[in-house]
Design a protein around this ligand. Structure first.
Ligand SMILES: C=C(O[C@H]1C=CC=C(C(=O)O)[C@@H]1O)C(=O)O
Length: 499
């Protein structure tokens, strides 16, 4: 594809197009990577960047996501970071027990010979250079057995745009961002061809979509939906009773039991519209979407597993739930129950103490905030505790090592982990896939952010699997737990337009 300076124009005007000098600099980066690939006789990652102005990054994702097999959207309230990634320069895979480590090792090897070019954008949230993005299923075997999303899939995107999340009302107004184009060069690659195809991709992502307005107007088509609960409501409540029996018998202390609602619609779901609704209705959550082949996994989660920036580590204990009240008085009563219930406190403390212990292996100055805070979401409220530490001077651990150490926490699996997971494997009867897994990104110096993928759904055209789970302890009540899962499912139902 021949390059012309006018061929890569974004809708946002100045600062948002690539020129011939950019093309020359990108080509130079690819040529240097080729030289290194020939010298070392191994694949070399080339990563070229430049500052750019973008309007709403979500609109870039919306128009470009289906042009390649993989895309990624990330909008986080933690540091206001936004990431849109299209295409894949290199997949990093892992299987089984050591899947996170396998991905980490693949990533480390790839960035060892990294060749960079262009200019990085200053002043963006944490994260630097090319990123590895993607996630891990709840349990290593799940996805492998059923062939939906892989156990572990991270990849280096061909195109990544990092910026900050637009403040409400400012969507579409140009703001500073970094465009980065990545490719892996082999000893026999043609650098000109590589550079041209990256420019072609950038054009695709940055060129305005004349249909964007029309698409917004098609927001809620007259779609009809058929839903099935897996398992059925009474069977699920029976499982709750079975779990609490085992807990009282001393087999384990806590288990997080989930259920699925499978929805078949008369027409495919409108995912850009769903993302818009999730963003609008769930402030304070991380909105993510992972496109992999025909599947899309998306969610708006209030929980993060771990964040590493500048050698500071943050983990979050989020466990213990009550509904939101219909009036301020009722809401306060629900909050009092959340804060005052010994059962909920216990459910929460199990998570926080595991996080504290796990961080202590690689961190100094590990602290957990006390007392736990109350996080209010659209229709539920949770107990929340931030746990923080500093990576020890002699620690080489990065964010992926912490993912391996922490996942799954007792907020998703249970405690003790092995016994709870074994009970779930024998009884839950669910393919959780990436629900209650982790989704996020890592940079080459071990910084990164991983969210816990709850309040999420896995979509395949007109079929959606929605998930929700509850932490069970000895005195959990099946009816109350069932109602809690209904409340947790509601935001995704509304986002997808399922009534
Ligand atoms: C497992 C889920 O939530 C977890 C996170 C917050 C509160 C939870 C609870 O109170 O049970 C769960 O541990 C879910 O939303 O599917």
């Amino acid at each position: 594809m021949p390059f012309t300076s006018a061929s890569v124009m974004s809708p946002e005007g100045n600062g948002s197009s690539l020129g011939p000098a950019d093309h020359g600099s990108l080509l130079d980066t690819c040529e240097r990577a080729l030289g290194r690939a020939r010298g070392f006789q191994r694949p070399v990652l080339a990563s070229w960047s430049r500052p750019l102005d973008v309007g709403d990054p979500v609109s870039v994702w919306s128009r470009a996501r289906r042009s390649t097999q993989r895309s990624f959207l990330w909008q986080s309230p933690w540091d206001g970071g936004s990431l849109v990634a299209i295409g894949s320069a290199r997949a990093l895979r892992g299987r089984g027990e050591h899947r996170v480590r396998a991905v980490r090792d693949g990533w480390r090897t790839l960035v060892k010979d990294l060749v960079t070019g262009g200019d990085a954008a200053p002043g963006l949230p944490v994260g630097e250079g090319p990123l590895a993005i993607g996630g891990f299923s709840f349990r290593a075997e799940d996805a492998h057995e059923t062939g939906r999303l892989p156990d572990a899939l991270m990849w280096v995107p061909a195109l990544q745009i990092r910026s900050t999340v637009p403040v409400p009302g400012a969507e579409g107004r140009p703001m500073p961002a970094e465009l980065r184009l990545n490719a892996v060069l082999l000893h026999d690659s043609d650098p000109e061809q590589v550079a041209d195809s990256l420019v072609h991709l950038a054009r695709l992502c940055l060129t305005p979509d004349p249909d964007a307005g029309r698409r917004k107007r098609r927001d809620r088509p007259g779609r009809t939906c058929r839903s099935t609960e897996l398992p059925g409501a009474e069977a699920w409540k029976g499982l709750v009773r079975g779990a609490t029996d085992r807990i009282r018998a001393g087999e384990f202390e806590k288990v997080v039991l989930a259920r699925e609602v499978r929805v078949t619609a008369s027409a495919p779901f409108d995912l850009p519209a769903a993302v818009e609704r999730m963003r609008g209705a769930n402030p304070g959550t991380t909105v993510f979407a992972v496109d992999h082949e025909e599947y899309t996994f998306l969610g708006a989660t209030p929980e993060y597993l771990v964040q590493v920036g500048d050698r500071t580590v943050h983990a979050l204990g989020l466990a213990g739930t009550t509904p939101r009240g219909a009036t301020p008085e009722q809401d306060e009563a629900c909050e009092r129950e959340l804060v005052g219930s010994a059962k909920i406190q216990h459910e929460h403390e199990v998570v926080v103490s595991m996080l504290r212990d796990a961080l202590a292996d690689s961190c100094t100055d590990v602290t957990a905030e006390t007392p736990p805070q109350v996080v209010k979401l659209a229709n539920v409220q949770h107990l929340s505790t931030k746990v923080r530490g500093r990576l020890a001077e002699d620690s080489a651990a990065g964010v992926l090592d912490l993912v391996e150490a922490l996942h799954p926490t007792p907020a998703l699996g249970g405690h003790p982990r092995a016994q709870a997971l074994s009970w779930l494997a024998d009884n839950e009867g669910l393919d959780r896939s990436w629900y209650a897994g982790v989704v996020g990104w890592a940079d080459r110096s071990g910084q990164g952010q991983f969210a816990v993928a709850i309040r999420s759904a896995l979509l395949d055209g007109p079929t959606a699997s929605l998930y929700a789970g509850c932490g069970l302890v000895a005195d959990s009540d099946p009816e109350a737990e069932y109602a809690e899962t209904c409340a947790k499912l509601r935001p995704m139902m509304s986002a997808l337009g399922i009534e």
